[in-house]
Design a protein around this ligand. Structure first.
Ligand SMILES: Nc1ncnc2c1ncn2[C@@H]1O[C@H](COP(=O)(O)OP(=O)(O)OP(=O)(O)O)[C@@H](O)[C@H]1O
Length: 228
């Protein structure tokens, strides 16, 4: 596992929903992701994909089992250390882009760098411009996010996700809200970034055409990995 970004061992997740016993929604998940891999995560609604993504994204902790990021057991880390590791290792793209609508594209891309005290402030704007160029939006840096198309906004969200040079991008239905042509273009962009920079991607999608274009497909059914 020399090149492993991510390793889950026997991960379970239970929610306390006010019942006498907790409800387990993820059961005994084993999963590994290598550097540079582009993985599709598919499965019916309610099967546990978002729960799994939240755990991998260090937004939630497993109830039991181990999660290793670049060989480090995350159970040993406190909340501040997890936040730091998340900021430096993982980028997020969601179905609803969650850009700040009143900010320009450039400002949105700058946000993660401004939020990280360790990032050299003199480099922030130039890096934002470089990222906008990478996603084909170099002419749109001064546009308000609000005034951009859904596909353009997702490109901005991808540029923002790449700002801190993450090892892994977690993309939860990033094309779910787009027409076929824009969805293809956003997928192609992620694929290109993956190939050019070696960033690993984990893509949650209901779109089987896109899933088939990934390196590997993992199916989650009823909180278990059905095929690997
Ligand atoms: N915070 C929570 N508290 C209690 N139960 C939850 C919570 N979050 C999710 N669940 C339950 O866990 C199960 C898995 O949900 P999850 O959102 O991970 O599925 P999903 O595969 O991402 O679904 P979708 O494709 O519809 O987004 C569902 O039964 C859901 O109701």
């Amino acid at each position: 596992m020399a090149d492993g970004i991510l390793k889950l061992e026997h991960v379970c997740k239970a929610y306390n929903v006010g019942l006498p016993t907790e409800v387990e929604v993820l059961h005994d998940i084993d999963l590994e992701l290598d550097r540079g891999e582009f993985l599709a995560l598919i499965g019916p609604s309610g099967s546990g994909k978002s729960t799994l993504l939240n755990i991998i994204g260090l937004l939630d902790r497993p109830t039991s089992g181990r999660l290793l990021i670049k060989g480090r057991d995350t159970a040993m880390l406190g909340d501040d250390e997890l936040t730091h590791l998340r900021g430096r290792t993982i980028g997020f793209v969601f179905q609803y882009h969650l850009l700040i609508s009143a900010f320009t594209a450039r400002e949105n891309v700058m946000m993660p760098m401004l939020a990280d005290r360790g990032f050299p402030s003199a480099e922030i704007e130039a890096r934002a411009e470089h990222l906008l160029l990478q996603v084909g939006l170099d002419k749109f840096g001064s546009n308000l996010a609000n005034n951009m198309s859904g596909g353009q906004q997702q490109r901005v969200a991808i540029a923002r996700a790449l700002a801190m040079r993450p090892d892994l991008v977690l993309a939860d239905e990033p094309t779910g809200n787009l027409d076929t042509k824009s969805a293809d273009a956003v997928f192609d962009l992620m694929r290109r970034v993956n190939r050019e920079s070696g960033t690993s991607f984990l893509l949650v999608t209901h779109n089987m055409d896109l899933a088939r274009r990934c390196d590997r497909i993992i199916q989650v059914i009823d909180g278990r990995i059905a095929s690997n």
